[in-house]
Design a protein around this ligand. Structure first.
Ligand code: FAD
Ligand code: SF4
Length: 332
């Protein structure tokens, strides 16, 4: 492990200016569950580590317009069990509790989860070729062991998945990120935050090197909506998704009035299945409609040697998530 300077920010301005002073070569640390691993593996090499834990960003509050504002440092555990989340956004709670382990969720923060890096084994191995870690070096996953890799949003430069469960729920629910930089704050829609790899897989998101995520604000909940998160994986806990689906539906007289759908484990970013949502709206809440939506969601899937099995898996996840969400809507 390389040595680095360490500082603790006492307020948001200090955190931002510490990054500016480092010309973006520093790294914020929140829970440390991604960063420390990657520093030990020599994948991330920050000149300075800036501790955020003293910042006043640990609150969850309902805004006057009904949206929910989450501080960047709220832990995954506190968020999953917060009464406003379990009551109004059970999908988010379910997704969070399907991730990692209790100990990791106690440390992991909301912003850290959004910023977590891919679990592609070649990214984490400095001896391998990886365009994300070392731009222009190639991608060993393309012809390598790519069983865990993505089908949607890939490019010939990178096929790594975004590993988060929480982000899949946020993609379905709709959210806005608040970013603080040297010139003040700005907002960005959650769906626009993560980038597709295209020819620059190293550029993963829209955060500038000297910006800080301060809050995540969830859209108002879908009125009368039922929801469900399903995660399919190699073992029942402490494992990343092979395929996951987050669904919210509102039903009126047996017809889908509103549908939200997002996928995880199969895409290079938290995947908002917009066309499938549109196809569901106005259709009967039936198996046929759900299967049709699943076909649409995976229509652009491109598989590699070892990951073709993920497409039928993701379709099943979608159908099951929609069925359970419909049941929840009927019972609400
Ligand atoms: C063994 C293991 C299993 C896991 N399983 C799962 C799983 O099943 N599902 C899942 O979703 N996740 C899983 N994770 C990932 C885990 O959820 C993330 O590591 C965690 O959410 C990261 O949060 P953190 O606060 O620890 O981030 P940190 O490690 O502190 O930071 C991560 C990155 O975010 C940046 N950052 C942190 N806060 C901010 C901020 N406010 N503004 C800007 N940048 C910031 C840091 O600079 C760093 O680059 C697993 C992790 C491990 C180690
Ligand atoms: S899939 Fe992406 S992260 Fe994995 S080796 Fe290729 S470029 Fe690197």
């Amino acid at each position: 492990m390389r040595s680095f300077a360490f500082s603790s920010a006492e307020n948001i301005e200090q955190a931002v200016s510490a990054q500016s002073d480092n010309a973006g070569e520093g790294a914020y640390i929140a829970g440390g569950t991604t960063l420390i691993d990657l520093v030990k593996l020599d994948v991330m090499r920050p000149a300075q580590v800036i501790d955020l834990n003293g910042l006043p960003l640990k609150e969850v509050e309902q805004l006057d317009d009904g949206r929910l504002r989450i501080g960047a440092l709220v832990s995954n555990t506190d968020l999953a069990h917060h009464p406003l989340v379990t009551e109004h956004y059970p999908l988010l709670s379910q997704a969070l509790l399907s991730g990692a382990s209790t100990q990791l969720r106690n440390m992991a923060t909301t912003a850290g989860n959004i910023m977590q890096r891919t679990r592609c084994p070649y990214f984490r191995d400095v001896a391998a070729a990886c365009n994300k870690r070392e731009p222009g070096s190639g991608c060993d996953a393309l012809e390598g062991v790519n069983r865990m890799h993505a089908l949607l949003g890939t490019s010939e430069h990178c096929i790594a998945t975004h590993p988060s469960d929480m982000c899949v729920a946020m993609a379905a629910l709709g959210a806005t990120l608040t970013l603080e930089g040297p010139n003040g704050s700005r907002e960005i829609a959650f769906g626009d935050f993560h980038r597709l790899p295209m020819d620059r897989p190293d550029l993963e998101h829209e955060l500038e090197p000297d910006e800080l995520i301060t809050h995540i604000t969830l859209d108002t909940p879908v009125v009368g909506g039922g929801s469900h998160y399903i995660k399919l994986r190699d073992r029942a806990s402490y494992e990343f998704a092979l395929a996951s689906a987050a669904a919210v539906v509102a039903i009126e007289d047996g017809v889908i009035r509103d549908a939200r759908l997002a996928l995880g484990g199969v895409a290079t970013k938290p995947w908002h299945a917009v066309e499938a949502e549109q196809a569901l709206t106005g259709q009967p809440a039936s198996n046929e409609s759900f299967e049709e939506a699943a076909e649409i969601a995976l229509a652009e899937a491109v598989s590699r040697e070892h990951n073709a099995f993920k497409a039928p898996l993701a379709r099943q996840a979608i159908v099951r998530a929609l069925k359970h969400a419909t049941q929840a809507a009927m019972n609400s």
